[in-house]
Design a protein around this ligand. Structure first.
Ligand SMILES: NC(=O)c1ccc[n+]([C@@H]2O[C@H](COP(=O)([O-])OP(=O)(O)OC[C@H]3O[C@@H](n4cnc5c(N)ncnc54)[C@H](OP(=O)(O)O)[C@@H]3O)[C@@H](O)[C@H]2O)c1
Length: 278
């Protein structure tokens, strides 16, 4: 039986795909436009838009389990199509935001929870992956790094930055053995690391100095808005950054518990992504 990986072009989706291929699984990779999707030899590709359930039947044909990105618009159609296809297990890339104490007021949590709840109510098994901040967020520094600077609000905010390959390894293990059904897994990197420390590691790995320049919350919000973020989201993200200057974000041992291997460090991430900053 086949495992479908949605978002196979994405950082996490591609890591899931690579881990499943390395484990010798029968994988189908999905994108909204599969014609431009690069996949390893022998992997089938399919075009599927999670916001347009009419595109899902071919993608789900013969599929036993699915790695899913959160797309609230279209989730009911996905559940129906997956049930009709005989899917037994869905592993969702959700967010640690849904586990936060004030998640009822969080726009990010509400967005992710809509899909979590649809899957919890579905007739197949679900596993929710709830990671905190991604190490790949540092890719947002690329333009500044080219100028020898890392510009960030709250440089002493400490987060458990997680490598996308650790999320990929966790997802691949569960998609393969069907374990952790009905569970929500709070995932993180190995230890809290501040943005300032991330910049130091990046400078070391790239072999050139990087100056840290602190943005005001207003400057940071303007940058996020310019990227097309909905206006309610920057204040929420900035509040979380301010909070983690006082109390680091939650770090767990779940990656090791699921995969048997310690989560990768931010240095490992920077080494893996050196070419992205050149
Ligand atoms: N950044 C963080 O710190 C953080 C923390 C916790 C959770 N998360 C979660 O992780 C997600 C980002 O993961 P990532 O870094 O792997 O993202 P990414 O690299 O930006 O990739 C996003 C993927 O989503 C796919 N996609 C978008 N709309 C789609 C649709 N309508 N139908 C099917 N596929 C669609 C895209 O596929 P195509 O373009 O090929 O169609 C792309 O492969 C966030 O959206 C959030 O849910 C992020």
């Amino acid at each position: 039986m086949t495992i479908l990986v949605t978002g196979a072009r994405g950082h996490v989706g591609h890591a899931v795909l690579d881990a499943l291929v390395a484990a010798g699984q029968d994988v189908r990779a999905a994108s909204r436009d599969a014609t431009t999707l690069d996949v390893p030899d022998g992997v089938a590709k399919v075009s599927a838009d999670l916001e347009d359930p009419s595109t899902l039947d071919a993608a789900l044909d013969g599929v036993r389990s699915v790695f899913l990105y959160v797309r609230p618009q279209g989730i009911e159609g996905f559940v129906k199509a997956a049930e009709a296809a005989g899917v037994r297990h869905v592993v969702l890339l959700s967010s640690g935001a849904t586990l936060e104490p004030k998640s009822a007021q969080s726009r990010i949590a509400i967005f992710h929870r809509a899909v979590e709840e649809a899957l919890i109510g579905a007739p197949f098994a679900e596993t929710l992956l709830n990671p905190g901040s991604f190490a790949t967020n540092a890719l947002g520094w690329r333009t500044d790094v080219a100028e020898g600077v890392v510009r960030t609000p709250y440089p002493d905010s400490r987060i458990g930055a997680i490598h996308e390959r650790d999320i990929g390894d966790v997802a691949a293990k569960i998609l393969t053995d069907g374990s952790h059904a009905g569970q929500a897994l709070q995932l993180s990197g190995p230890s809290p690391i501040s943005f300032r420390e991330q910049a130091e590691v990046l400078a070391d790995v790239l072999g050139r100095p990087l100056r840290v320049e602190e943005l005001t919350p207003e400057q940071a919000a303007a940058r996020m808005t310019a990227l097309g973020w909905p206006p309610e989201v920057p204040p929420e993200v900035l509040r979380a950054m301010e909070r983690t200057t006082r109390e680091p974000s939650v770090v767990t041992d779940v990656v090791r518990e699921v995969t048997g291997t310690a989560p990768r460090t931010f240095r490992q991430w920077a080494e893996d992504h050196r070419a992205d900053f050149s």
